[in-house]
Design a protein around this ligand. Sequence first.
Ligand SMILES: CC(C)(COP(=O)(O)OP(=O)(O)OC[C@H]1O[C@@H](n2cnc3c(N)ncnc32)[C@H](O)[C@@H]1OP(=O)(O)O)[C@@H](O)C(=O)NCCC(=O)NCCS
Length: 405
Amino acid sequence: MGVTVGPVGDDRAAEYLAAMGQAFGFDSSDEHRERFSKYFEWDRARAAYDGDRIVGTLGAYSFEMTVPGGTMPCGGTTVVAVLPTHRRRGVLRQMIESHFEDVRERGEPIAGLWASESSIYGRFGYGIAAVGLDVEVDRDHVDLHRLAPRAAPARLVSREEAMDLFPPFYDRERRLRPGFFARSPSWWEFRRFHDSEPSREGATAFRYAVTEENGVVTGFAQYRFKEKWREGHGQGTVLVHELLGSTPESWAGLWSLVLNHDLTARIRADNRSVDDPLFGLLAAPRRARTTVDDSLWIKVLDVRRALEGRAYSASVSAVVGLHDPTDATTTTWRLDLSPDGAEVTPADSDPQVEMDMEDLGACFLGRARFTALAAAGRIRGDLSVVRALEAAFTWSPRPWCPEVF
Ligand SMILES: CC(C)(COP(=O)(O)OP(=O)(O)OC[C@H]1O[C@@H](n2cnc3c(N)ncnc32)[C@H](O)[C@@H]1OP(=O)(O)O)[C@@H](O)C(=O)NCCC(=O)NCCS
């Protein structure tokens, strides 16, 4: 009997998490299972069954995702795993097809995910919509630039205070930043503020800090400190979990706090935005060593609603052919996009530009450049139209997804 895909309830949570653990390499505990069920949407979960046995998992979060100029429902594809005994038999493909059906039925124009390998999801039409920078700065090179603003004083707060102060600030900020998504109270409690001993990996519990102006929060930082001594000298590391400002002074204040920690040798901050103010704040920005990784991948599932649901920086009218590799179909669309609004309609004329859904996903939040993909031979057609599309899709701020899901 072949493998079938269907729903799964929290009554099978232990088996579900055990299957995920086989694929990802962790052992789930009772505590983990209980916490997972606080934010996981069991009504959207899919399992692949061999007989009655779970051999694959795929879930979805109902996100409100920020896109250029607004927000949009997004199916957050997650916990994708297939048992090592059942890999490369098309189980993932079956689960993805079932997931796309669910996303479409719920009226979510896009799906998004973080990929464990960058070679898996393009074939399903997901494209790299955002990248993140892993940054490491030596403590000896943290002087601020001569033009850096006054650093707002940071105030250390308790976990309880942070739980009151961070969410409303985040909720204001996330609406401005493509790639951010709304966080529910349980998401905050059981994911962002989760701080069990094993998750610390030898570092301290979280430290929390805010900057404020006239009693209003202008930024927050959440970080750990990992102690280390060598020949009597402190050689610790500050590990930044999240750091978000909203004014030049708040960015300067929060970065100064974590950069100037005593008894440290280095500061590490993973998955930072490509336009993080840190690089403008440092006197010697090259000292901030960076590695770039893909972060959020987006698949456009409803072309009209997705493209009409975001804002544009310039006007373009174009006929575009879009190939979806999932079902090997090509559809042609007339795009009339402008800063005043967008109209997207099916077209029956020949396309001026042709591209894969993967490349539309990569450009959707304004990260990838149409001209760069054309230079790589992936987008084909009239170059003047390619340039005009690029000018329309470009957006500031650049997309950033601050959290792995
Ligand atoms: C990645 C994983 C889910 C793939 O599941 P699977 O059932 O073996 O995948 P399928 O057989 O349905 O493969 C679908 C397609 O993806 C490709 N593919 C699958 N895994 C891949 C990988 N790791 N790298 C590159 N391509 C991969 C297959 O070759 C196949 O391509 P094709 O249809 O063009 O021939 C599974 O190997 C796994 O659980 N890995 C560990 C956990 C993990 O990485 N999860 C992903 C989290 S984002």
